[in-house]
Design a protein around this ligand. Structure first.
Ligand code: 26W
Length: 827
């Protein structure tokens, strides 16, 4: 039976009055006098008023029904903008658009005033945001737990082709949707030492002394479910200095300490680390991790205990999902709270913890693995470290009993699996040992975890391992981002797809209908015009919306191989120059990517893309056949437009390296064809849409893994034997794209051909896959020229994207890991 939507129909007149009232009381202005930013604030507060009622009703229902909850623990939530999304999920977008229109205000302009909440780097953070959307839409009780960074992901400016990082002061004008909740403030302690004493029952009591502490103050952000009246909460923690009166009583006149604690609070949530897939081992990062985890776990346990009396049954109502290893300290923090604050024995606490915590792995990149030096870890978190040591001690005993000395592999297993080894605390091992579930994020990725990266753990505890292929929310990435296509889809198959994307397969029949194909391609064209305008405004480059829009947008990383893409552009340019008569379908290569601030080759790749763009875009002799565009400051808000306008989705990571990818799914949903390797979720995309509707190339993951193992790949052979590839590589070092400094791109050249140490040359098999990629690109061109075939295929991509909704992913997490109850709103 369908649940009746519990929300009242949107009241337009009330909304208009509310906006005018807000402008007046917030700014002492009339609507005509208000700035665009002020109108954004006034509109957002009016919408927040609407949300708050449902938010209260939802929390009341939680109170009454006492459903099991998931706490999604994540260092990152890449939420993007809230206003448009909230309107969509309130089913009030068109009403608000109309109401504002009647007030002489353009909703698009208003939306554009909102800074992205860029509290994340890339895939992992955006996945967390999609998951919150799906959890609320499916009616599950969930909390996102994270950090309220003062500065989110840096803003990227391109100057002279180079990336410049500019601080992202996203809270400058205030966040109209957040709610400060000082009543839930928690204290988080760092450093000092542990004094052990005995209580009257002869039990050890662990007291942290001479520590520094901060206040963790939560801010709640509403997560609106689609059309169901459910509003969940994203709780992000801010740090404030502990009041000085405490200092007076405990450490009289310790001025030094007061200042230090103030600084600790100031620093701790200052900035999001802009590293994606690269562990840097910074002390402040560990402080951030413990800060938000301690506060979140304290509050989760306290909330549970407000309703229940036996903390031993916590797991019946609570699951902590650890978004990669970053929040893994939760395991030890929960043990600490259960033992030191609730008096549980080790075994009791361990039972609760191992039934409460579950871990998701998002990468196999070795450089992403978090390993904290013992010295740092134990100094910062002395009690937590004791607990981790004990977990490790017991786990090693388990290894020894599983692989007795007689078998001779005990030491090898300990070396590979111990949580503490070689002076380091290995967070992934801790998460696996203390969690009841370990999941990868696409089928191939999970298989690689089981059979390669985490083989020893899989062998010892196979029951923990499971796959949860990622997904994305169609509400943001189609309904909001691509209104033309969304309306077209609804006109043909109804609007069920909005909450059940499996229905989108009803579109399949329209792939064979010529009129539908034309309508579809016309929508794609209009979206390309919209993006072309954006590019002209932001880049000053004119691109032809009739050309093929070939797009690669994602974080810049060597394994994602933006370098392969741009080397191929250089190759095409050579071809066009050498054979001007050659038939060539006009192409626009679009890039968007932020590079970690300290990642030299990534930053140099951005410079190369821009240098190639400069040459190619300004060469009148090629008649605009080739254009290269680097979109500055790629982020969630402009991504929505980019996906809508793409013809070709570049998913060209070295096979085995991309855990899943989620951009690939957003492109597919918007009718782009995947040009990709058999990596991550591409494998499943191809499975859904059929090989004939994707363009696949390159080494398989097995081949890559075999080359890595046997060390028998030498890119020099390719350089020596393929003159066209050699030409492109020489152009990296002969000044073709850097006339002022021919050596500029030498590091990129060396990364491919390092002659001193061939074991690290072309680590990501760019040259190895180059020919296969160039051939695939030829196939793209031939395909696109056949308008009917292409349009058919593009529609089929949309029609076959049903699996990749985060609603499906969340339902699988619920069924296999979380076992949550659906919340029912009364009335
Ligand atoms: C400690 C530094 C650090 C920071 C971020 C290490 C690792 C990360 C993330 C796990 C990297 C990440 O975002 N991984 C991406 O996760 C997505 C969601 O599951 C996947 O779709 C991407 O393939 C994966 O790269």
């Amino acid at each position: 039976m369908k649940k009746k939507a519990a929300i009242a129909r949107f009241d337009k007149e009330l909304f208009k009055r509310s906006v005018l009232y807000n402008v007046k009381t917030l700014y002492r202005k009339t609507l005509e006098e208000a700035t665009e930013q002020q109108i954004f604030q006034a509109v957002s507060y009016a919408i927040k008023d609407v949300i708050v009622d449902s938010w209260m009703d939802t929390q009341k229902a939680f109170e009454e029904e006492d459903p099991k909850m998931v706490y999604y623990m994540s260092m990152e939530f890449l939420m993007g903008r809230a206003l448009g999304n909230n309107l969509i999920n309130l089913k009030a977008y068109k009403d608000v658009e109309e109401a504002l229109d009647e007030l002489g205000v353009d909703l698009n302009v208003v939306e554009d005033q909102e800074p992205d909440a860029a509290l994340g780097n890339g895939g992992l953070g955006r996945l967390a945001a999609c998951f919150l959307d799906s959890l609320a839409t499916l009616g599950y009780a969930a909390y996102g737990c994270g950090i309220r960074y003062r500065y989110g992901m840096f803003k990227q400016q391109i100057r002279d082709g180079y990336q410049i990082e500019v601080p992202d002061h996203w809270l400058e004008n205030g966040n109209p949707f957040e709610l400060r909740r000082p009543e839930y403030t928690k204290e988080v302690k760092f450093g000092g030492y542990i004094r052990v004493s005995m209580d009257e029952n002869g039990r050890s009591v662990f007291t942290q002394e001479n520590y520094q502490s901060v206040k963790a103050v939560p801010y709640d952000i509403p997560i609106v479910g689609y059309g169901n009246g459910i509003v969940n909460t994203l709780r992000i923690w801010d740090a404030e200095p502990i009041e000085c009166f405490q200092l007076d009583s405990f450490d009289k006149g310790d001025y030094q300490k007061a200042v230090e604690q103030e600084n600790l609070a100031r620093n701790i949530v200052e900035v999001l680390y802009p590293n994606d897939n690269h562990y840097a081992g910074k002390e402040l990062r560990l402080k951030q991790q413990y800060f938000f985890i301690s506060a979140s776990v304290q509050e989760a346990v306290a909330k549970y205990m407000r309703k229940h009396d036996d903390v031993r049954k916590l797991y019946e109502k609570v699951t902590f999902q650890l978004n990669d290893t970053h929040p893994t300290v939760a395991v030890a923090e929960l043990m600490r709270i259960l033992m030191d604050e609730y008096g549980l024995t080790w075994d009791e606490a361990w039972e609760v913890t191992t039934k409460t915590c579950a871990y998701t792995n998002h990468t196999i990149m070795a450089e992403a693995l978090e390993k904290w030096p013992i010295e740092l870890f134990s100094r910062l978190l002395p009690r937590v470290y004791q607990i981790v040591e004990e977990i490790n001690r017991r786990f090693i005993i388990e290894i020894e009993s599983r692989y007795p000395y007689s078998t001779g592999i005990t030491q090898e297993k300990i070396k590979k699996m111990a949580i503490i080894y070689d002076g380091q605390v290995k967070m992934a091992h801790l998460a696996i040992v203390a969690g009841f579930s370990v999941n990868g994020v696409a089928r191939l990725h999970t298989e690689i975890l089981k059979n390669q990266e985490l083989k020893d753990f899989y062998e010892m505890m196979p029951e923990k391992f499971n796959n949860k292929t990622n997904g994305i929310t169609q509400r943001r990435f189609l309904l909001h981002g691509n209104p033309l296509l969304a309306d077209w889809v609804t006109a043909h198959i109804g609007d069920d797809w909005i909450t059940d994307l499996s229905h989108i397969n009803r579109l399949k029949v329209y792939a064979d209908d010529e009129k539908c194909r034309q309508e579809f391609m016309n929508i794609k064209y209009q979206n390309k015009v919209r993006l072309a305008k954006y590019i002209l405004e932001h880049n000053g480059v004119t691109v032809d919306p009739r050309s093929i829009f070939d797009v690669q947008v994602k974080r810049l990383h060597e394994y994602k191989r933006q370098l392969l893409n741009i080397l191929h552009v250089m190759y095409l340019y050579n071809q066009i120059k050498e054979h001007p008569e050659m038939e060539f379908y006009p192409r626009t290569f679009i890039f968007g990517a932020k590079a970690a601030a300290g990642y030299r080759n990534a930053k140099l790749t951005i410079k190369l893309i821009n240098a190639v763009a400069d040459v190619v875009n300004n060469d009148a002799s090629i008649n605009g056949k080739l254009k290269v565009v680097f979109i500055e400051n790629y982020r969630v808000s402009n991504a929505e437009w980019i996906f809508a306008a793409a013809d070709v989705s570049e998913q060209i990571s070295t096979a085995s390296k991309e855990a899943s990818g989620t951009g690939n799914m957003k492109f597919m949903l918007n009718g782009a064809l995947t040009l990709g390797t058999m990596d991550g979720a591409n494998v499943e995309i191809v499975e859904e849409v059929g090989e004939e509707n994707a363009i696949i190339f390159g080494l398989s993951s097995d081949e890559v893994i075999a080359y890595e193992k046997n060390k028998n790949y030498n890119p020099m052979d390719i350089f020596n034997n393929d003159p066209e590839i050699r030409q492109v590589l020489m152009q990296l070092v002969n000044g073709t794209y850097a006339p002022q400094d021919a050596e500029l791109f030498r590091p990129l050249y060396n990364s491919l051909l390092n002659t001193k140490d061939t074991s690290v040359a072309d680590r990501y098999f760019i040259l190895k896959d180059f020919r296969s990629y160039a051939d695939a690109q030829k196939r793209v061109e031939a395909f696109y020229k056949d308008e009917t075939a292409w349009a058919r295929s593009a529609i089929l991509n949309v029609a076959c994207s049903g699996k990749f909704t985060s609603d499906r992913t969340i339902q699988e997490y619920v069924d296999d890991i979380w076992h949550l109850d659906k919340v029912v709103l009364k009335k």
